[in-house]
Ligand binder design. Structure first.
Ligand code: SF4
Ligand code: SF4
Length: 354
């Protein structure tokens, strides 16, 4: 049987406040949230956005999800992980403070940064995928009883499209897991910026950094790719190579989503908000240009069907492939095809209008 993707359509000029009713209707459909049991710890995965980027989903938009889970006498909490790069989401304290500044405190449910205070709380999950044998997943995500992914569908500078798969695969990886997805190469020190302050050396868990010729130097043989040194360096002297092809990054992202959902079979549901569809994702410093008009909310228990239906719906309404147009050298199909190949979900879906 083809997986259903529920679609609440928002037309040009429609009142945005209709989205709440639409989402409530989806969540009250028989079978949608049946997997949620009494007292279950239900992780609601979304991004809290970046400091100066207003593109993130507001607390009001996701309120119906919180209310629905509470009405089932379960215990919802917002879940996120530390970022790979420097900024206001690099540790749990800064991250939670950012979430509160962005208004998520009004939901009155806990916020959990699932990979610990500084990204140290991960667990290796065996997946035996075509590219990766194991994935490093935030421990808290694996411990949750069930999971609802709430993604903002946008363009993306490395995968041309980012939605439900990215929200789970990248969003619930530990910092080292994110590093593995982003690049095969280890961080490198920019000698021109390095002041030899030694902060990175003190923070490196593998003793992989030494001072050589008056600058920090990373021994790639010892480096485990945890990316801790990037956060430690106050001079932006350590960076990641983004040279790995988009294709490999997308495939690894799908394999990471597979690792997260391995323990959540039949215990997860996914929602894509296809509104304010920007060229770049909400992780960027500033929100990007709008590349397509709002289409509404799509939701499904099948993460692959959901992302494909979201892309199809956005592109159908635009009359062109807006993601390929924004990033001609990248192809979003890679993440969908690979996700399908590894059994993460189905490309064949049935769209049900709500
Ligand atoms: S990535 Fe981690 S292991 Fe590698 S040099 Fe940086 S801190 Fe050390
Ligand atoms: S923390 Fe940055 S500036 Fe300090 S030694 Fe390491 S690379 Fe150089």
């Amino acid at each position: 049987m083809r997986p259903k993707v529920y679609f609440f359509s928002l037309k040009k000029g429609d009142d945005r406040s209709r989205l709440g009713d639409g989402l409530r209707r989806i969540l009250s459909l028989k079978g949608t949230l049946d997997f949620i049991k009494n007292d279950a710890l239900v992780a609601l995965k979304l991004s809290f956005g970046e400091k100066d980027n207003k593109g993130h989903l507001s607390a009001d938009l996701i309120r119906p999800v919180v209310d629905s889970v509470l009405s089932l006498k379960a215990k919802p909490f917002l879940i996120e992980t530390n970022t790979l790069y420097k900024g206001d989401r690099q540790n749990a304290v800064d991250h939670i403070n950012l979430a509160l500044r962005h208004g998520y405190g009004k939901l009155s449910i806990p916020i959990v940064i699932a990979d610990g205070l500084r990204g140290e709380e991960g667990k290796e999950v065996s997946i035996n995928g075509p590219l990766l044998k194991n994935a490093r997943i935030a421990r808290g995500a694996l411990s949750a009883d069930s999971l609802i992914g709430i993604a903002h569908a946008t363009g993306h500078m490395l995968s041309s499209y980012g939605g439900a798969i990215k929200n789970i695969g990248m969003g619930l990886a530990t910092r080292s897991g994110k590093q593995i997805q982003h690049s095969n190469t280890k961080p490198k020190v920019g000698r021109d910026k390095c002041t030899a302050c030694r902060s990175c050396i003190e923070g490196c868990p593998s003793d992989a950094i030494i001072i050589r010729d008056d600058k920090a130097f990373i021994d790639e043989k010892k480096c485990v790719g945890c990316a801790e040194c990037i956060v430690k360096c106050a001079f932006d002297a350590i960076g990641i190579s983004w040279s790995e092809g988009s294709g490999n990054m997308q495939k690894k992202m799908s394999e990471y989503a597979f690792a997260v959902l391995k323990s959540k079979a039949g215990k997860s549901f996914f929602i894509n908000f296809a509104i304010d569809i920007t060229k770049d994702c909400d992780c960027m410093e500033k929100e990007g240009n709008i590349i397509a008009e709002d289409v509404g909310i799509l939701a499904s228990g099948d993460i692959v069907a959901l992302d494909l239906a979201t892309i199809d719906t956005i592109n159908d309404r635009a009359g062109r492939d807006v993601f390929m147009e924004a990033y001609p050298s990248l192809d979003w199909r890679v993440q969908i095809e690979h996700a399908c190949d590894i059994g993460l979900g189905s490309k064949d879906y049935e769209l049900e209008m709500i």
